[in-house]
Design a protein. Structure first.
Length: 440
């Protein structure tokens, strides 16, 4: 007899498809009308400055709306939607309400009394996750009776996939997020992520695969219209199925291996009953990380353009979210500054674990963590520190200029506008429907 039911359905119609996905895995019967229900969509980024593509990055409002409608149908009245999105300015209290309004959550408030929570305006409470590992979670999700995790089905450059468990990282405070990207091999990112669902006794996962992302988690990935929904009352079982649908072997995904092992399980589908479609009919390969050269010293597209005199080592799991957000833009700025003349053996170190090669003439230490890890390292000939946490655009521009890489300052200064430049990828492709990110 199977222990864990996971439903796998094709998204075909508003409301009906989500209803079928939930019904197949046991439905909402386990939720009492008086329960406090917390919905956690994935809004990894938002900006008020420009329209930008949300496909494969942000949970569709279609799925959020359908879940709320089904909860309301069941008589549930206490529904909260919450997120702690990654924002450039820590005291920004305007962007989250703008996101909630634009995605239609405010309309769900008017129709169903749904509350919205910007996690950073609310208290956090420390939770002991065992083995001395502690993270501080938003109190609203902790005090809920039921958590519904609504991730986008995406690959992730550090954790390989980002699904129902990883989605809950948005509910911890900034210091906890930084802690997750530890340099300690026993308590690395994967070990922390594997415990994120542990504080919650009842978690329903509904993976939104209307759009799926290759090379996620952000806008620069390759997005597919996949029309998949995966649901389960066992968040690990759902993640194991979701990973397979993204063409990944769960046994190779460290956070899934950790999560399974702590539950006395493994990453196989033994004990999991998949209802609805067959995984093999809907799975599609999704590349999870951007390609680098064999030495890991430069992204492949930069190598192919013949760039020389620079090593920008491949990020590792200790590079936290806030530095990650900048990292891609720094690489783009450097690529645009290339004029065909080799730079003066510059190396750029990021995260918390990298060490200088001893061969570079100039070593940029990007971020406070890298500076602290290497500030006394004798292998550095000329140190160019960028001490911010996260490093600020002006500091990075100045450091690159000092290294002789004459990047255009506006590229990093206008970081928030960069996602808008990806809009043109979707022009003339009707399967990419912005209407799915509004409440109808
Ligand atoms: S310097 Fe970067 S990697 Fe280190 S904690 Fe700050 S933002 Fe994170």
């Amino acid at each position: 007899m199977s222990q864990h039911k996971v439903s796998l359905v094709k998204y075909e119609k508003p409301l009906d498809s989500v209803r079928r996905a939930l019904d197949l895995c046991g439905g909402l019967d386990a939720i009492a009308p008086g329960d406090k229900v917390f919905l956690k969509p994935n809004i990894v980024f938002w900006t008020r400055l420009a329209e930008f593509p949300k496909y494969g990055v942000i949970t569709t409002s279609r799925v959020v709306q359908d879940v709320v409608a089904l909860l309301a149908e069941r008589g549930v009245r206490d529904i909260t939607i919450g997120e702690g999105m990654v924002l450039g300015r820590p005291n920004d209290r305007e962007t989250a309400p703008h996101a909630f309004e634009s995605l239609g959550y405010a309309e769900l408030g008017r129709r169903y009394g749904v509350k919205t929570v910007d996690a950073f305006t609310r208290p956090f409470r420390e939770v002991d996750l065992g083995d001395g590992m502690k993270l501080s979670f938003n109190v609203d999700i902790l005090d809920s009776d039921v958590v519904i995790s609504l991730p986008v089905m995406k690959t992730h450059a550090q954790t390989m996939v980002s699904l129902g468990i990883k989605n809950l990282k948005g509910m911890i405070d900034v210091n906890s997020r930084k802690r997750c990207h530890s340099a300690d091999p026993q308590r690395d990112l994967h070990a922390w992520i594997s415990r994120l669902a542990d504080p919650f006794p009842r978690v329903l996962a509904l993976q939104d695969g209307i759009y799926t992302a290759e090379m996620g988690p952000s806008f620069d990935g390759i997005m597919h219209r996949s029309n998949i929904l995966v649901a389960s009352w066992d968040v690990l079982a759902a993640d194991l199925v979701g990973a397979r649908l993204l063409g990944q072997d769960p046994a190779q995904i460290p956070y899934l291996v950790h999560a399974a092992s702590r539950r006395g399980r493994d990453t196989s589908l033994d004990g999991i009953e998949v209802l609805g479609e067959r995984i093999e009919d809907l799975a599609r390969p999704h590349q999870w990380c951007f390609p680098y050269n064999e030495q890991g010293t430069l992204p492949l597209p930069m190598v192919k353009r013949g760039m020389a005199g620079i090593s920008y080592y491949k990020y590792d799991s200790s590079l936290c979210t806030y530095c990650s957000t900048i990292n891609g833009a720094v690489l783009s700025a450097i690529a645009m500054a290339w004029k065909g003349e080799p730079w003066n053996q510059v190396e750029v170190l990021t995260g918390k674990m990298m060490r200088p090669s001893g061969k570079a003439n100039k070593t940029i230490l990007l971020g406070k963590c890298m500076y602290q890890a290497n500030k006394d390292n004798p292998a550095i000939k000329e140190m160019i520190p960028v001490k911010g946490c996260p490093p600020q655009p002006e500091q990075i521009n100045a450091a690159l200029h000092q290294a002789g890489i004459m990047v255009e300052p506006a590229i990093l200064a206008n970081l928030e506008r960069m996602p808008a430049t990806y809009l043109k990828r979707y022009e003339g492709k009707p399967e990419f429907d912005p209407g799915l990110f509004r409440v109808e």
